[in-house]
Design a protein around this ligand. Structure first.
Ligand code: FPP
Length: 263
């Protein structure tokens, strides 16, 4: 097997620099905050929903490229709980783009052996979307190459509160003793139960925030911020993020020498 992927970047700033990726040290789980659809549309004089439509194209590009590379989990922030407060017309447009994308992209998911998953307060979504989502999740459940998880109507603080309520309920029922609540036990009550924590978080559009996304799960994640607006984000940009990730030393609170002892 070829262990290195070398590609020429078309990124103007890098002036045809070479991006080199070690395929044996890929992040297992990449999380993305797909930001900048609105600004992309405004800069071109388009309505905002066109930015979101082009955002779906970027997501297809990045999901396909991730699966081809060997990434096992890709988790994208598609709609936050706070996004419900956007103007009604935009929420409606986003929901209609989502339902259309779920219908249209089923074949992309099947062709690439990707299983779709969703995290968030799914019951708040319009019924047609819930139905469509359930259908695509069931039809792609055997996709073994990569899990693509959509965070929809998602808030990390809400996820942690929900986990706490469920856990308290189990304590009340006598199923669990407070002294037995460990990190591992707590994680079983999160939406992301059974998934590894993200190794790399990418946020586009030059914003440096976490915005209520996977707060528990990102505790030791490497953060990467790209100036590109999401609809412009390409496979090369993904490779740049992975190359940067591979330069970082992940110490998980230890010192370098300890990591070398363990390796
Ligand atoms: C942020 O851009 C993006 C969103 C709120 C939605 C992300 C949605 C998609 C990429 C498409 C739909 C997704 C799926 C899974 C079908 P913004 O609107 O906040 O941009 P701005 O900050 O420039 O205004």
């Amino acid at each position: 097997m070829q262990n290195r992927l070398v590609t020429n970047s078309d990124n103007a700033a890098l002036n045809q620099a070479t991006i080199e990726i070690d395929l044996t040290r890929l992040p297992k789980h990449i999380a993305i905050i797909m930001d900048g659809n609105g600004r992309w549309a405004r800069a071109k004089g388009y309505i905002r929903s066109l930015g979101h439509e082009n955002g779906v194209d970027a997501l297809r590009r990045i999901a396909t490229a991730s699966a081809e590379l060997g990434i096992e989990y890709l988790t994208v922030y598609a709609f936050s709980t706070e996004n419900w407060k956007r103007p009604k017309t935009e929420v409606k447009a986003l929901m209609s783009i989502l339902v259309k994308a779920l219908r249209k992209e089923l074949s992309t998911l099947l062709d690439n052996n990707i299983r779709l998953q969703a995290i968030g307060d799914i019951l708040l979504l319009p019924e047609d979307i819930q139905k469509q989502l359930k259908e695509v999740i069931a039809l792609t459940a055997k996709g073994s190459r990569m899990a693509l998880t959509l965070a929809l109507s998602y808030s990390s603080k809400e996820e942690i509160l929900r986990a706490t309520r469920l856990l308290a309920e189990d304590v009340r029922k006598g199923l669990l003793l407070p002294e037995n609540i460990t990190e591992q036990v707590f994680e079983n009550y999160l939406y992301t139960r059974g998934m590894p924590h993200p190794d790399l978080l990418i946020r586009t559009s030059g914003e440096y925030r976490i915005s209520n996304y996977l707060l528990w799960q990102l505790a030791y994640t490497e953060l990467y911020f790209s100036p590109k607006l999401w609809p412009d984000f390409t496979k090369e940009d993904l490779l740049l993020a992975i190359a940067e990730y591979q330069k970082r030393e992940r110490r998980f609170g230890l010192i370098s020498e300890q990591l070398n002892e363990n390796s």
